[in-house]
Write a protein that binds this ligand. Sequence first.
Ligand SMILES: *Cc1c(COP(=O)(O)O)cnc(C)c1O
Length: 821
Amino acid sequence: MSSSNRFKFDFLASKPKAIQRSVSNHLVYTIGKDPFTATDHDWMMAFCHVVRDRLIERWMETQRSYYRNDAKRVYYLSMEFLIGRSLTNSLLNMDIHDACSSALHRLGIELERLRNLEHDAALGNGGLGRLAACFLDSMATLDLPGIGYGIRFEYGMFRQRIENGQQVEHPENWLAHGNPWEFPRPEVAYKVRFGGRVLEYQGPNGRRQFDWIEGDLVLAQAYDTPIPGYKNDTVNNLRLWSAKAHQAFDLSCFNMGEYSSAVEEKTLSENISKVLYPDDSSSQNRELRLKQQYFFVCASLKDILRRFFSDHNDIHELPERVAIQLNDTHPAIAIPELMRVLIDKYHLEWQLAWEITTKIFSYTNHTLLPEALESWPVELLGRLLPRHLQLIYEINRRFLLMVANLHPGDTERQRRLSVIDEQDGRRVRMAHLAIIGSHKVNGVSALHSGLLKSSTFHDFDEFYPNKIINITNGITPRRWLYQANRPLSALICEAIGDAWVRDLNQLEALIPLADDSSFQERFAAAKLVNKQRLAELVKFHLGQQIDPHTLFDVQVKRIHEYKRQLLNLMRVIAHYNRLLDAPDAEVVPRTYIFGGKAAPGYFMAKLIIRLINDVADVIDNDQAVNKRLKVLFIPNYDVTTAADIIPAAELSQQISTAGMEASGTGNMKLALNGSLTMGTLDGANVEIRDQVGAENIFIFGLTTDQVKQRCQQGYHPRYHFESEPLLRRVVEMIGNGFFSPEEPERYKPLVESLLDRDHFMVMADFQAYLECSDRADAIYRQPEIWNQMAILNTAQMGYFSSDRTIQEYAQQIWQIAPIQR
Ligand SMILES: *Cc1c(COP(=O)(O)O)cnc(C)c1O
């Protein structure tokens, strides 16, 4: 096609007047309301349609350019995409924010009010799902042909309410009022099979062939969500699959009068995409979970092959056109699935099929916690996916032969490396499958990748040198600074221009301003505006008073023992005791802010939430201290609350037991927003220290090596209890019901865990943590120094842009390049 023939859009007008007209039109013709009866929600939906019109045309043009360029695409397969709201993101990325704001104003509507009516797309638990969302943003911003594939959960992450101090989970029916950002594609639907049996037959050339037949079929239907890049007219695609019954009603049942069993079957198959599993860092061995995994993997691979064959005909070229990234092992069943398609459908020889498969796949490991490493019982996998189990056995057989060749007689090594765990019932280790079937495996921080190579996957690293690499996580500066923190963004733009939004290293131009007292003052003023805004939100939503002139000391993330919210809370109690003992003591007035969800079945995590709220109550009711000390638990931590809290934070608590947090990304969001990190040498904290300078971060506690040493030598938490009076007093208060007088035994499980096991070394790090906290206080009393440190944090966080992360994936793993248009 010659370029003059090419269908080109004149992008829809983005002048306020034209936008105003479009909003009015959509209100009437799309929503079916007139301005007199329209609710705020109607206006919001009408307005979103105006925005999405402008996305659609850029989106279609982008997709055409990928076809024109015969672009190699990367497919990001992830069970979770934690996107949050899309409205502001779209407005700012398409550069129509101000025009829209004034268009709405002319209609008598404030953009801010509409913004708050949008539901979060909360199709993820925490860090892993949010990483996927940041990656989509960066791929679009870098003009990379990246496509996300996942599940369109009808119910996303549960909504957390705090009732009587305890977490209560409420279903999140985010689609109930319609989702303006999605496009249903009823014509894009694939059959997904479960169960059945494997038929063996003689192929035309006398070869043994296999066919997977019978069983139950479910339809996977596509829904597309446009993903705009930052001011580059690129709009990529996120394709999510929804389960539909294959045949709405089985007519034979119907005729026999079994209407309800026909309906039942339909509901059963549609259950697959009903709800997200709300477990972070632990694996659920539920049949439905495995079904979800295969469901979206199978549909995605069919879609990838359809797209490939729409303009290619030689399957051998597949690895030149397709790269597939597995976000953790959740989609790792894709490896035997592609083998099945290549061998059973395209009749390739094993060796060739395996070469193609391993060239296409790569795998990101997100955790070393043993409880999070997925393994499926052989029985379950064989029952749902009989052909895949055969293929997994064959992959494993060939792999172990190679291992045996290299290490003859070393059966212990074979046992360690095997895909099949023979220990407690036979199980398929998905991480082993993912490593063997990928050409690259990456960890998510320097420390984590090092540990992968030296411990968890040491044998694999020996067997496949250079396969395991590091690519440190990042966050998108668009959402986490440019959008979330308008006051600071404006200040930065005024000082150094706006190039940093797409090239975060440019923030280094702020370094010389760190000791400029007028810049310091304006930096602090922006922080104060954010703190005041958060205080207003807290007042409005929770009816609680927080003082913007106190130090905002923040720990927001999933509640998990390894993240040690309990350690933070014990510090709070120690500070409280200080004030009890010396009521006139000069202390830095503080607001401790906690936020985070616990997995519904995680007893200890829920107990920690309850203790936070009990401690908050006791302190609130203590007139002697409550002007200088405040504890607040902000419920329902999600992307939207994160964007409200993070810009207002001054201290960022990143205090996981060393060696347990793979990377963390909350740490990056906070430091980028000028919050000083108080943390252990864990995950990406190590690299944050390297970037911002050891003098601009508060590091304390055992290192990974010291934690390991203590474990080996035999760790005795009671020793700390006996020898550290401050610690002893805190633990006793928790244990004797000081914070739960109506039920003194309430926190016995926490105290027993601390004294008897303390797997997370809370007791060992307590003293160092208190001392570190005092160091921070001393500096907070010197605002010039504190502000200087905060500025130097923002200025030196450029490395943690997910743009840098994605460029590394593109070069080192995917071998893809930006598409110039
Ligand atoms: C960034 C983010 C996380 C991850 O936080 P960590 O501190 O890295 O565990 C979790 N949840 C939400 C909503 C986030 O935005």
